[in-house]
Design a protein around this ligand. Structure first.
Ligand SMILES: *Cc1c(COP(=O)(O)O)cnc(C)c1O
Length: 385
């Protein structure tokens, strides 16, 4: 696999750079067309937007593959669409999936509520110890799925030992890398076979599109494309164009998210209203050493356990002015949410506590506003406690 010899900022803008024809548009035009003129009597591939071969879809897929260091990538209608089809491309009835228990709520629902109907058994494993994967493996295990960094405690998994475990058994390693973006982490460089992102988050970055992407080897992505066609998961040309536009600023945005993340985490660590800060850039984080070794940046997601518990969270969320109370993440606007009501609502309070999500936990997705203003906003909100 090759990433070319350019840096991530260049790849996010140009993909693999190539000379452009005179008078051709600098930005990809929007091909807002469901169908395309087909040559009469031709057996060439039919162009149809549900098939994933609309020029916007092709252009974005090529750019993203270069950025992620993949042979090929394909965008889908949502991150969940990407997760579902990435797994369906690898698994058959009778197969077993070993999945991390520290995953997005929607993914957990997909595994628990839907995969059984398809004859795919799923075991959720606490991913913090290699032994646990071995304990739960079966003869029918065909894939391992993990998310890293994890939501909302920002645990960072060391992929290489896990990749070795998978390689020894000939099973696929699928990684949801939404929280890192390819600027901070590229799982394929650490032995993953398939990478998933919710493009809704950092890749698009402006809280105005739903999208997803799967990146990996040519034959697997071709299988995902086949599934996308028949399960009807293709992205709209305009949404695709917006993601391509968002991607152009990914590297500068992530640079700012990283800077705001560390500044905010360090400020919060000193504040008496905060009992615990969950950020891999801090020495106190359980995965700080792993994060320092394998990430190119610690990201813009910070978890706070408020000393005053759920009541304090309620007060703070009502007082914030710049930070907006909304689920989702990875956009230019700072967003805050309470995992117990959003991503982790399906778990009991005990299950959440086991994962380090006490009541009074708020998740902050640092935007790219001026960090002094964000901190002042939280300082104000905390002062009322
Ligand atoms: C948001 C999210 C998803 C789902 O993405 P959608 O675009 O909302 O379908 C999957 N995984 C992670 C880690 C996410 O944050």
């Amino acid at each position: 696999m090759t990433r070319g010899d350019t840096g991530p900022s260049t790849r996010a803008i140009h993909g693999v750079a190539h000379p452009k024809a005179d008078r051709s548009p600098v930005a990809t035009p929007i091909y807002q067309s469901s169908t395309f003129v087909h040559p009469i009597g031709s057996s060439e591939e039919v162009l149809y937007t549900r098939y994933g071969n609309n020029p916007n879809q092709t252009a974005l897929g090529e750019k993203f593959a270069a950025l992620e260091g993949a042979e090929r990538a394909i965008f889908l209608a949502s991150g969940m669409g990407a997760t579902a089809l990435a797994h369906l491309a690898m698994l058959r009835p009778g197969d077993h999936l070993l999945a991390s228990a520290w995953i997005y709520g929607g993914t957990r629902r997909l595994f628990n509520e839907e995969f059984g109907k398809l004859g795919i058994d799923v075991t959720l494993v606490e991913p913090d110890n290699q032994r646990k994967w071995r304990q739960h493996e079966r003869k029918t295990t065909r894939a391992v799925f993990v998310e890293t960094p994890t939501n909302p405690t920002m645990r960072v998994l060391d992929l290489e030992p896990l990749a070795l475990f998978c390689r020894e058994r000939g099973i696929a390693l699928i990684v949801d890398s939404t929280f890192a973006s390819p600027v901070n982490f590229r799982p394929l460089e650490h032995g993953a076979d398939l990478v998933i992102h919710s493009a809704t988050k950092y890749l698009n970055g402006h809280d105005d599109v739903i999208g997803g992407v799967v990146a990996g080897s040519e034959p697997v992505i071709e299988e995902v494309r086949h599934l996308m066609q028949v399960w009807g998961q293709s992205p709209d040309p305009h949404a695709t164009w917006l993601v391509e536009r968002g991607l152009k600023t990914l590297a500068v945005r992530i640079g700012r998210h990283n800077a705001n993340g560390i500044a905010f985490a360090e400020w919060a660590e000193q504040h008496p209203a905060v009992a615990e800060v969950h950020y891999p850039g801090l020495h106190c984080h359980p995965d700080h050493e792993v994060a320092r070794r394998i990430l190119d940046g610690y990201g813009g997601m910070v978890g706070l356990t408020l000393a005053g518990g759920a009541a304090a969270a309620d007060v703070v969320l009502r007082k914030l002015r710049i930070a907006t109370h909304a689920p989702s993440l990875g956009g230019v606007e700072t967003l805050v949410s309470e995992p117990r009501f959003t991503s982790h609502a399906a778990l009991s309070a005990e299950e959440r506590a086991e994962q380090g999500i006490a009541d009074g936990f708020i998740r902050v997705s640092l935007g790219i506003e001026d960090i002094d203003d964000i901190i002042a906003d939280f300082e104000d909100a905390f002062s009322t406690l």
